[in-house]
Write a protein that binds this ligand. Structure first.
Ligand code: FDA
Length: 311
């Protein structure tokens, strides 16, 4: 899967057929911001599900690519505002050139949060710039960007990873500040010095962190919890806790990836929960989609079909 994701030939062929591949149709919201906003509008009108838009292309190493990514995100914010949809705009600092220009990255983040704030003026809802959390080398800086933007009153949220040892302390701080936090398990390779290693440990820590996020104290602080997992046992746990601790649907939400366990997302929305789907868009979709296949080898049939499917 890794070789396939990195294959330049497979990537080039795939990117040229984004509108025709079954794989792209399942996991990707479209080739550009216009298509992604259309996907978000359709999720909202058909299922009452909100979207978190993300332009694909992380770890860029040239100013040209960073500028392209910034422009795509600004356009998505503008179009989401014009379309009147509740949107989070997910951003990875390395998409804006963090690897070679951290100051320029902060300027880009400020520009995107301003655009999201303008978009929010057209429709009530939870609009914000959501900072994705990348590998451990970017964690401290990402938390710093979040703190600086929040301090200056920008609408911003932070992703924390349940597999990191430091997350309990980061979560405690975020709750104290009444922040908006999206909790994920964690997707990057990380050794035992900084991260839990087994699925059981990670899941147990996720439950513990949900306990903090949905506590009565967090609610009093105005904290906004986002439970981002496809793990139905964790959904059930969060829902029970929310009810027991007086949280109303709309005061917290669930987030999942477009195309993954769609039936689960739709059932949560039908049950009255606030649900958001992470909707990636852009031509650089191949490595992202192949990673999703790797998470569930039963999807290999979809991968095979995508190589030939044109309708
Ligand atoms: P887990 O992998 O245990 O899956 C739970 C269940 O869902 C299992 O039954 C599994 O089979 C099924 N499932 C999972 N993936 C599937 C697939 N592709 N197809 C079919 N079934 C599947 N990570 C990170 O480090 N930084 C980040 O910023 C983010 N951002 C982010 C946003 C959102 C909205 C989500 C949902 C996830 C992320 N992640 C992330 C990724 C996250 O860290 C994690 O790798 C994945 O969500 C997979 O973990 P689950 O919690 O879904 O559990």
């Amino acid at each position: 899967m890794i070789a396939l994701a990195r294959s330049r030939t497979a990537k080039a062929i795939a990117e040229s057929m984004i509108g025709k591949s079954a794989l792209a149709r399942q996991y990707v919201g479209g080739a550009d911001a216009v298509a992604a906003v259309r996907t978000a509008q359709s999720l909202a009108s058909r299922h009452g599900i909100a979207a978190s838009l993300v332009y694909l292309g992380e770890y860029v190493d040239t100013p040209t690519l960073a500028a392209r990514n910034l422009a795509a995100k600004l356009e998505a914010a503008r179009l989401a505002g014009a379309g009147g949809i509740d949107v989070h705009l997910s951003v990875d600092p390395t998409q804006l050139g963090f690897l070679f220009d951290p100051d320029g990255t902060e300027r880009g983040l400020r520009a995107i949060s301003s655009a999201v704030r303008d978009a929010a003026a057209s429709r009530p809802g939870v609009h914000m710039l959501m900072l994705d959390m990348e590998d451990a080398g970017v964690t401290e800086a990402t938390i710093g960007f979040h703190a600086a933007l929040a301090r200056d009153g920008f609408p911003v949220g932070l992703t924390l990873q349940a597999y990191r040892h430091r997350t309990e302390a980061d979560m405690r701080q975020a709750i104290e500040e009444g922040a908006k936090v999206r909790l994920v398990k964690g997707a990057f390779t990380a050794g035992p010095a900084i991260a839990l290693q087994t699925e059981a440990e990670i899941k147990a820590n996720y439950r513990k962190l949900i306990g903090m996020m949905l506590s009565p104290e967090a609610r009093e602080r105005g904290f906004y919890p986002i439970i981002a997992t496809h793990d139905t046992a964790l959904h059930d746990y969060a829902r029970r806790l929310a009810t027991n601790n007086g949280w109303q649907p709309g005061e917290y939400e669930f987030e999942m990836l477009l195309g993954v366990r769609t039936n689960v997302a739709e059932a949560l929305a039908r049950a009255g929960e606030t649900v958001r789907l992470y909707v990636p868009f852009g031509r650089d979709w191949w490595p992202y989609a192949v990673r999703r296949i790797g998470e569930n080898p039963r999807n290999a049939l979809l991968l095979a079909r995508s190589a030939v499917s044109r309708d």
